[in-house]
Design a protein around this ligand. Structure first.
Ligand code: 23J
Ligand code: MN
Length: 260
């Protein structure tokens, strides 16, 4: 019996001692899409149309056409998405080195705080508290903010749009440079429709998770779910976006491997 690391990995998968968790939301016409002010360009919602279904249009096959924005549903944000990340080499969905699509994750559970305050912002102080319990966030890790926001299955409650904009939790503007520069993470993941908080258009800089993360050649994951099934440390994420040439992001089937 081979005892190289992948042979042991295969055996751990087969025996169930490694489990695979789906961190992706289903993609359909009801999938919530980010809403920006009306004067700005719009992302298409997910649309699907049958080509044939074992019928006169194709007697033995079923298939569909679909269309959507790159940033629809559970999705990956590439550095080229933001003007601050536009000049990095290999900064788009097709050119990011594939090694980057397999990386460990730290999961910070703030679901209790978010239940009391939908505008909750994760601060460096709160992350340092987490680190005292679970250890320092390793360089190259994802930081995933568990809010249980994905349990808002109704699109209106998920977007939580009010007169003054959307109210969704996210990273505090001070946390983003801390994670990008002092912890050198690979990226940030949220359960909300985007990686930034709903009110982040008011922050300085606006949309800090986009401007500073992508400005540091880091990635984003948005509309994640099942973060409540992950341990605080030890999960490995698999996050390859579609190989859209010069894509700014793409819907993504985000998987987590956990030790059972
Ligand atoms: C464009 C402008 C603002 C935002 C976004 C996109 C996203 O959240 C996204 O999905 O990248 S906040
Ligand atoms: Mn996005």
């Amino acid at each position: 019996m081979e005892d190289n690391v992948l042979a042991r990995f295969a055996q751990a998968l087969a025996s169930g001692s490694i489990r695979v968790i789906d961190l992706s939301q289903p993609l359909n016409a009801a999938t919530a899409v980010i809403q920006l002010p009306p004067e700005l360009g719009k992302s298409w919602p997910f649309h699907i149309e049958e080509i044939s279904h074992y019928d006169s249009r194709g007697p033995a096959w079923y298939w569909n056409n679909f269309s959507c924005g790159e940033h629809t549903g559970t999705h990956f944000d590439a550095p080229v998405h933001w003007v601050s990340g536009k000049d990095y080499p290999r900064n788009a969905t097709d050119s990011i080195p594939v090694e980057k699509f397999v990386a460990p994750a730290c999961v910070i559970d703030v679901s209790r705080e978010v239940a009391a305050d939908p505008d909750f912002l994760l601060t460096p102080k709160r992350v340092e508290e987490w680190e005292r319990q679970h250890g320092r966030i390793p360089a190259g890790s994802w930081v995933l903010m568990r809010t249980d926001w994905s349990k808002r299955t109704d699109a209106a409650a998920f977007l939580n749009m009010k007169e003054d904009g959307s109210h969704v939790p996210g990273p505090h503007p001070d946390l983003v440079p801390f994670l990008a520069k002092e912890r050198n993470v690979i990226g940030w993941g949220s359960e909300g429709v985007g990686t930034d908080a709903g009110q982040a258009f008011r922050f300085e800089p606006p949309f800090p998770c986009h401007s500073i993360m992508h400005g540091s050649n880091k990635f984003g994951l948005a509309s994640l779910t099942n973060l409540d099934k992950l341990p605080p440390t030890g999960a490995i994420l698999i996050t390859p976006p579609l190989k859209i040439v010069n894509g700014s992001g793409s819907p993504c089937r985000v998987l987590a491997l956990i030790s059972a």
